[in-house]
Design a protein around this ligand. Structure first.
Ligand code: AMP
Length: 513
């Protein structure tokens, strides 16, 4: 059977756009240089404001000064270029200034989420061997010292107040090279031990230029940024994208529907994960999203019925995109063309996509390559690290995403779930995402996860874990729907009703739990 081909990334560029070379994506040197130039040229601009109080803001001039002071304080604490710095990924001004200061210094930032336990933090310290750890809670400092007493622990407020030890020359700023390491993101670890994906200044720059071009990001855009900054969605797309586009953002320390919707009249864009869109829809105020020019969803599948509900209530056609810590964002529905529910659209600028080992239904593993891929995993043997690109401006390796995908006849891509989640029952392949999408349409189902349970008879038996809607679960009704809509081997043989699905901090269902 002939496979449909994925459309080329040029589809994202407006027709009549100037000819565009792949190398353009890494132009501008590095993110810190781009930001510093922008802040110097527009010192008055209100770049970041506090979501809870928009009268509090950081201008270009204050970012330029405060990040330089933070870089100097970090250098005095012993964090040189190339050294790893643990960074508490909060959405406060102090935390963001520290992050940008570390990047201007050429240090390698390692985001630490606020939910990390002492055990997880101790693993991280042993793996990444930081020279300095910024902390926003004293207890964290103790955990880090217990894991390795050579790490210099620096409380974030001290750094912000310039209260670190004095002396020495101011460090060189913005002098990292494109191929120097900039950021190590530990993968969310829904399977196995977390690994640190290492991004260079080049891959970060390519990643932001790709979304800036595809989403027409302009200096007059104002983003509602309520995503956590320990993850690439909020950090590399939301924050770095805003700064690289010369635009502005409102920083929310956490997501809640009311404050986010209250910010809409002074904003143009919102980026969220599906759980946030679900809560916006449930708030009864989804219609208030209407004035935004762009609402983006990603990090987990956005159910098509939720897309339609939001569209019906607000007129907003949510633009779904796809990416990973290792690759940054790689596929997106187009800004200008059709935004298709249930699809992640087309490769972003600079990205190539293909499927490997497709089955008779055209489903195969998604492979991606492009300039936004990480250079490898931190301190991992070549074999594992080689999964990412070999480095440099020429993307060499195809990265196996571990996600299954199929391609529509017109070149749009649909994610069909993780390879490891594929259920093989009686020799048939069952893609949980397909079964979930069908059964979610039943009014008594609020949420659903379809998993394979080991079975002597079937190899794996299709099992649906269901969270009921307010009126309770109608299992007979759901089974009847499965019978109407799904081939017999895809129908769940067993249903389990639970109060809630186990999710990680990004709202992704942790299936092994
Ligand atoms: P992370 O590295 O934590 O960002 O997780 C990346 C994974 O999230 C991908 O490999 C996908 O399994 C999933 N993911 C991200 N965006 C989407 C999307 N739009 N639809 C379905 N899955 C997604």
């Amino acid at each position: 059977m002939r496979q449909p081909t994925v459309r080329a990334w040029q589809s994202h560029l407006p027709s009549g756009a100037a000819p565009f070379r792949l190398t353009d994506l890494a132009e501008g040197g590095t993110l810190p240089r781009l930001w510093a130039n922008r802040w110097s040229a527009h010192p008055e601009q209100r770049v970041l404001s506090a979501g809870a109080d928009p009268t509090r803001f950081l201008s270009g001039a204050s970012l330029l000064d405060r990040t330089a002071a933070a870089a100097a304080a970090l250098a005095r604490a012993g964090a040189g270029a190339g050294e790893r710095v643990l960074w508490p990924a909060a959405s406060s001004f102090d935390a963001v200034v520290a992050l940008l200061g570390a990047l201007r210094l050429g240090a390698v930032v390692v985001p630490v989420s606020a939910t990390m336990t002492s055990h997880e933090l101790s693993y991280l310290v042993g793996d990444v061997r930081p020279s300095v750890a910024l902390v926003d809670r004293a207890e964290r400092g103790e955990w880090i010292r217990a894991a390795d007493d050579r790490v210099r622990v620096l409380p974030l407020p001290d750094l912000a107040a310039g209260g670190a030890p004095t002396g020495g020359h101011p460090p060189a700023l913005d002098s990292a090279s494109p191929d120097d390491d900039a950021l190590i993101v530990y993968t969310s670890g829904t399977t196995g031990q977390p690994k640190g994906a290492v991004h260079t200044h080049r891959s970060l720059l390519a990643g932001v230029h790709a979304v800036r071009l595809a989403w027409g990001w302009q200096p007059d855009d104002h983003l509602i940024l309520a995503l956590p900054l320990f993850h690439v969605h909020g950090l590399c797309a939301g924050l770095f994208g805003t700064l690289a586009a010369g635009a502005s953002a409102a920083l929310f320390e956490r997501f809640a529907p009311a404050p986010v919707l209250d910010a809409v009249p002074r904003s143009t864009m919102f980026f969220g994960v599906p759980t946030m869109y679900h809560r916006l829809a449930e708030s009864g105020r989804a219609a208030e999203l209407a004035p935004l020019r762009l609402c983006v969803s990603g990090s987990a599948p956005l159910p098509a019925d939720l897309w339609h509900r939001l569209h019906h209530e607000s007129g907003v056609a949510v633009l779904e995109r796809y990416g990973m810590s290792e690759t940054l964002l790689t596929l997106s529905n187009p800004l200008g063309g059709e935004r298709r529910p249930g699809s992640v659209g087309l490769p972003l600028p600079g990205v190539e996509v293909r499927l490997a080992d497709t089955d008779e239904g055209g489903v195969g593993q998604l492979l991606v390559r492009g300039p936004s891929l990480c250079r490898g995993y931190w301190d991992r043997p070549e074999a594992e690290g080689a999964a990412c690109q070999a480095g440099g401006s020429a993307p060499t390796g195809w990265f196996p995403t571990g996600d299954l995908a199929s391609v529509h006849d017109d070149g749009y891509v649909t994610i069909r779930g993780r390879l490891t989640e594929l259920i093989i029952t009686g020799g048939h392949n069952v893609y949980p995402a397909e079964v979930e999408a069908v059964l979610l349409a039943h009014p008594s189902v609020k949420e659903i996860a379809v998993i394979g349970i080991a079975s002597d008879e079937w190899g794996e038996s299709v099992t649906a874990v269901v969270v009921g809607a307010d009126g309770g679960v109608d299992l007979a009704g759901i089974a009847a729907l499965a019978e109407r809509e799904l081939a017999p081997y895809k129908r769940p043989r067993e249903f389990r009703v639970v109060d809630e699905l186990p999710r990680n901090a990004m709202g992704k269902v942790v299936r092994r739990d």
